[in-house]
Design a protein around this ligand. Structure first.
Ligand SMILES: [Zn+2]
Length: 127
């Protein structure tokens, strides 16, 4: 029966579309949330206090996500610090967002800062 065969084809195409849509949604969902994950355990992190524009070595406690609370002020002003490897600078990344280019020189040699970068100069992105 030709009718039967084409109905099966339509069902197959619909199934594939549903799977593709579901996969795309999951990618979007987890990527969106993965940008600012809560810590799975206490982590020592390099942050930038966006109030003083200074590097601050903080502890991201288990279950916490950025912005972190500054222990001295009690305000949640600590953003994750990224490093530009081309310029050797640190810059803050707005919580919930992701950066693949340096706000200062547009290099893509950027990544999360670690303790070895703690003495780099802090550069705030242009307002
Ligand atoms: Zn740069």
């Amino acid at each position: 029966m030709p009718g039967q065969g084409s109905r099966n084809s339509v069902m197959a195409i619909v199934s594939i579309l549903v799977i593709v849509a579901a996969t795309a949604f999951l990618f979007w969902y987890f990527k969106g949330r993965g940008d600012n994950p809560a810590a799975a355990r206490d982590l020592s992190v390099v942050t930038i206090d966006i109030k003083t524009n200074k590097m601050y070595l903080a502890v991201q406690k288990k279950g916490e996500s950025f912005p972190l609370e500054h222990p001295k002020t009690g305000e949640r002003t600590l953003w994750a610090a990224y490093v530009c490897r081309d310029e050797k600078i640190l810059f803050p990344v707005q919580p919930g967002t992701m950066t693949t280019t340096c706000p200062s020189c547009a290099s893509n040699m950027v990544g999360g800062a670690t303790k070895e970068h703690r003495n780099y100069r802090v550069v705030m992105p242009e307002e």
